[in-house]
Write a protein that binds this ligand. Structure first.
Ligand SMILES: [Zn+2]
Length: 340
């Protein structure tokens, strides 16, 4: 009897360990027909892929993590698709890896970007260069309607999604910067905010790393060496481990979505986040009803509907989108608490 009990316990524990894994999506920038930055025949797409594969290999050794890649070889992936891969994986963290470039050959060091409005002209130029790739994509006008990559203002109002994750994204970015600063050549250029399209598409804390400048000879040689790639990868892994423990210590780890079909579970459609304290009445939300308000720090989340049935909440999501809340999304609640 006891024997069966242990077998049961083993399966129970391994099943629960499986479902609670922290999901990380690793995104090697560029690929295929898009080389990214090119200096002296050194391609950004090749360097970032090598770094990402090293990061993934290391993370996969840890049973706490589940790793998904946007690409594992030299292929072209649209920016939109990268976000879709992360959203589909229900990732807890999205890390996009890139290399920088500057007309100033002296410029060097690493910087981490989160999506935010505290951007300046310099940050805008970095984002603009990384965003150019949409011109290589089919139907980019339809897919990225609303984005004008030449205008920083076009990103304002589009960032409701990432605003929610801003604090966690910054915490991740800081850890990356600290870890990369340990490399012999690195200079910490800080965590910055700008309008990267790839970060706009994801529904989770997201950071884009500019690991170093290919326009700087010493840094290019470092990033192009297997030792340099190994060091950068180790820094990123260290930062992810550190971030994971920070989430855990602050009870910020998201609960597993597969557990949401039992117990006191329901769904709502989140339609907005705002610093304004609005009355939760239909008149303030294009006639949608019922509306629920939740206070988070100094800001407010606004939800539409409450359903136990996933299909019913999906209908409400469509209604909200048709009313113009195009960034609306479904949030599961478990035991009365948001679990996403
Ligand atoms: Zn890039």
């Amino acid at each position: 009897m006891r024997y069966f009990y242990y077998i049961f316990l083993f399966f129970f524990l391994s099943a629960s360990a499986q479902t609670e894994r922290f999901k990380i999506v690793l995104d090697a920038g560029h690929g295929g027909k898009d080389p990214g930055k090119v200096h002296r025949k050194i391609y950004e797409k090749d360097i970032v892929l090598k770094i990402v594969l090293l990061v993934g290999k290391e993370l996969e050794k840890n049973p706490l993590y589940k790793v998904t890649y946007t690409r594992k070889d030299d292929r072209f992936i649209e920016l939109y698709e990268r976000g879709a891969i992360a959203n589909k994986a229900k990732a807890d963290l999205f890390i996009s890896v890139h290399c920088n470039s500057s007309p100033n050959k002296e410029a060097h060091g690493s910087e981490s970007y989160v999506l935010g409005l505290h951007a300046n002209d310099l940050n805008f130029e970095v984002a603009k260069e990384e965003n150019q790739v949409i011109y290589l994509e089919k139907d980019y006008k339809e897919k990225y309607a609303g984005y004008d990559i030449n205008s920083p203002e076009s990103f304002i109002g589009l960032s409701i999604m990432q605003e929610e994750f801003l604090e966690q994204s910054i915490q991740m970015g800081k850890r990356i910067q600290n870890a990369l600063a340990e490399n012999p050549l690195s200079r910490d250029r800080g965590v910055k905010q700008a309008g990267f399209i790839v970060l706009h598409q994801t529904y989770m804390p997201s950071v884009l790393i500019e690991t170093g400048f290919l326009s700087n000879q010493a840094e290019r040689d470092f990033l192009n060496s297997s030792e340099g790639q190994q060091q950068v990868a180790q820094g990123i892994v260290k930062a992810i481990n550190n971030y994971y423990h920070w989430l855990k210590n602050n009870s910020l780890l998201t609960k597993d979505s597969s557990s949401t079909d039992k117990g006191d579970t329901f769904y709502r459609v989140q339609i907005a986040t705002s610093n304004k304290n609005l009355d939760a009445i239909p008149a303030n939300f294009k006639g949608l009803s019922p509306i629920f308000k939740e206070k988070i720090g100094t800001s407010f989340r606004y939800y539409y509907g409450r359903e136990i049935d996933k299909r019913k909440i999906e209908n409400l999501l469509q209604i909200a989108k048709k009313k113009g809340f195009t960034d609306a999304f479904i949030v599961p609640f478990v035991g009365g608490k948001r679990s996403l």
